[in-house]
Ligand binder design. Structure first.
Ligand code: BES
Ligand code: ZN
Length: 630
């Protein structure tokens, strides 16, 4: 019954999308409401949902996390809005064990779980019989692909276990049943029961700062998200968590052993929120907190609403990698407010966000820092295009299935080009308006281009020709108008690359005060083939094998692998078995598989040892690639 009192918390946009026969309105009204209901014309091939027939508007979860069995389960109560005459709703489910489906009064409803199709999972089809609310009693599988259950050894404190989820892109269907499609926004609420000595957080307003009793040895934590969000932004974290405020509406959750370092690194977080607001309008999500996870977290960061998840590897003691925080914060506008309608539109999230991230960095740390970081992104773009087989390859397109980090690097270069060609005043005004006009709605690539044409181009044929919008969005390679600003500080580093390549000793390089970014440029731009003596000189002079900076360590290990330089192997093994951030470890496994039998054998050996500590989404990917490497 507690379920139903919690439901009264639902307000605002949720109420709007539940109100009246929304699907049978006049054209004009429909145009106003439909985008909140669901994507108008984009079809998401990665979801079974048919949201234009029947869609989920609110999810309420009442779950318990069982650490002994590594299973999460309980009840999901879904509010459904169905078109007249439609009596079936289709949900997404991946390896869920469904016990029962009833209406709000407990009357059983007919349901069928279709055949499983890989990561997409199974359609869960439910006959509504007029019901507007469904109660699904279920359990996730111990192998749920969104979840990682960490043994105490893999945490900072080493005493208590840890659990967290990673939903993007289509993993959340492995721990709760709903329409798991970014174009189907849903409000949600949750009650999560966990062992009494652990703290639970979720990506929503935290209603129980201290938890509440929930039976012997257990505590319950409650949450609510009043804004309709795409389901990939629903996330949980459970562990020995402390909290420290950073500013009026910002703070950090992490294990006590990590807190001092994390809070130091994150000191500018509140300033970042203020800088973003000055650029793009109010932060609409209430609090902005971050959760610093154990090193197994597979990403640098994940923009879960109100609660960004971060890898601890961004902490290098010098705040050099806080662009990661700027990035995840930027998603509060590009991604969380205006969301890719389907996954082929993901550059609308990541490309826009990489651009906004850089603007936040410029606002706080100045132009040179921003130009330096944009210059590294340009390097990344060039190397991605090369790795993908050159500028004609379809994987270099923004819309579709971009390879490497094309959606990030080419996307931000596109927006930087628009900024330069339109002028900052015009462009900034447009972008601020764009976030406002499409707030809490899905967006397609075509929708963005149409909006820009309507607001800015306004039929000006010369401007249209100058911008090359369609070539940027749909064409491969890099359009001729691409803007690139080179960094003077990195040009300085290039001189060191040259000097060292020509035989100067490592000790003669001006590397003393180099930041992470300068080290990345240096290590990534060295020739892939070096003498063993040169590698030994670099390691002796800069202790690269022992570097605690994950960015430096991984770039160095890539170079060592390319040279089959065996003195790096203990460092490589230690790194691969202690860090699960894909951006660092994926290139190392790939590098090894390119080094014949020598490298493939090592890759298999290290992976066998490390995989138990990786998030399922990372270990599944590496396993696949190792298998196909032969
Ligand atoms: N949303 C992404 C993480 C993500 C992308 C998860 C695709 C699942 C599928 C996040 O905002 C991100 O881009 N993280 C980057 C940060 C970096 C570009 C600053 C990362 O993890 O490295
Ligand atoms: Zn991102």
């Amino acid at each position: 019954m507690a379920l139903f009192t919690r439901r009264t918390l639902m307000t605002g946009a949720a109420a709007l999308s539940l109100a009246g026969p929304a699907l049978a309105q006049s054209r004009a009204d429909r145009r106003k409401v439909a985008p909140i209901l669901t994507t108008a014309d984009a079809v998401d091939s990665r979801s079974y949902a048919r949201p234009r027939d029947a869609r989920v508007t609110h999810v309420d979860l009442d779950l318990e996390a069982d650490f002994a069995r590594k299973v999460i389960g309980g009840k999901a109560t879904l509010d459904i809005l169905a078109r007249d005459g439609v009596d079936e709703v289709v949900l997404d489910a991946l390896d869920l064990k469904i016990a029962s489906v009833t209406d709000a009064r407990g009357r059983p409803l007919q349901w069928i779980l279709g055949e499983k199709d890989g990561d997409k999972g199974s359609p869960l089809k439910i006959r509504l019989g007029g019901a507007k609310r469904l109660v699904i009693t279920y359990e996730a599988s111990p192998g749920a692909t969104a979840l990682q259950w960490l043994a105490p050894e893999l945490t900072a404190g080493k005493v208590k276990p840890f659990l967290y989820s990673q939903g993007q892109a289509i993993l959340n269907r492995s721990w709760f049943p709903t329409q798991d499609s970014p174009g189907v926004r849903q409000t949600w609420s949750a009650r999560l029961v966990v062992p009494a000595d652990l703290v639970a957080v979720m990506s929503a307003e935290r209603l129980t700062p201290k938890g509440e009793p929930a039976g012997p040895g257990k505590r319950a934590w409650r949450f609510r998200m009043p804004h309709p969000v795409p389901t990939y932004l629903v996330a949980l974290g459970v562990g020995d968590l402390a909290f420290q405020p950073l500013g009026a509406r910002t703070g950090v959750y992490t294990e006590p052993a990590m807190m001092a370092k994390a809070a130091y690194e994150l000191a500018d977080t509140e300033k970042m929120v203020e800088a973003a607001e000055r650029l793009y309008g109010p932060y609409r999500w209430g609090r902005y907190d971050v959760l610093v996870l154990p090193p197994a977290f597979p990403y640098g960061g994940m923009e879960n609403a109100t609660l960004t998840f971060l890898t601890p590897t961004f902490i290098t003691g010098d705040r050099a990698n806080v662009s990661l925080v700027a990035h995840e914060l930027a998603h509060s506008w590009s991604g969380n407010l205006v969301t890719n309608a389907t996954w082929p539109d993901v550059w609308l999230n990541e490309g826009f966000t990489s651009y906004v991230e850089n603007r936040i960095m410029e606002a706080i740390y100045g132009r040179e820092r921003a130009v330096m970081e944009a210059d590294l992104a340009w390097d990344g773009l060039q190397s991605d295009i090369r790795e993908l087989g050159g500028p004609a390859d379809p994987r270099t397109r923004l819309y579709g299935e971009p390879g490497g980090q094309i959606d990030y690097f080419k996307g931000e270069t596109f927006l930087r080009t628009l900024e330069t060609l339109l002028g900052r005043d015009c462009w900034d005004g447009y972008l601020r308006g764009y976030f406002d006009r499409h707030a809490f709605q899905p967006q397609t690539t075509a929708g963005f281009l149409a909006d820009l044409r309507r607001e800015v181009v306004k039929g000006d044929a010369a401007l249209e020709a100058k911008l090359k919008l369609d070539e940027w969005a749909y064409g491969p390679g890099l359009p001729a108008n691409a803007v690139h600003n080179a960094s003077a500080r990195l040009a300085e580093v290039d001189r060191s690359v040259k000097a060292f390549t020509e035989g100067r000793p490592a000790a003669s390089l001006p590397a003393k005060g180099w930041t992470t970014q300068e080290w990345q440029r240096f290590l990534n731009n060295l020739p892939r083939q070096l003498q063993a003596a040169q590698l030994a000189d670099l390691d002796r002079t800069f202790q690269l094998n022992a570097s605690a900076n994950g960015y430096v360590r991984s770039a160095w290990l890539e170079l060592a692998i390319a040279n089959r330089w065996e003195p790096a192997l203990p460092s490589l093994r230690a790194f691969l078995t202690s860090v699960g951030r894909g951006l660092f470890v994926n290139p190392l496994y790939t590098g090894l598989t390119r080094q014949g039998d020598w490298g493939k054998a090592l890759a298999r050996q290290y992976f066998a040892e490390a995989k138990g500590g990786y998030h399922p989404s990372l270990s599944d990917g590496i396993a696949r690639r190792l298998a196909s490497a032969g």
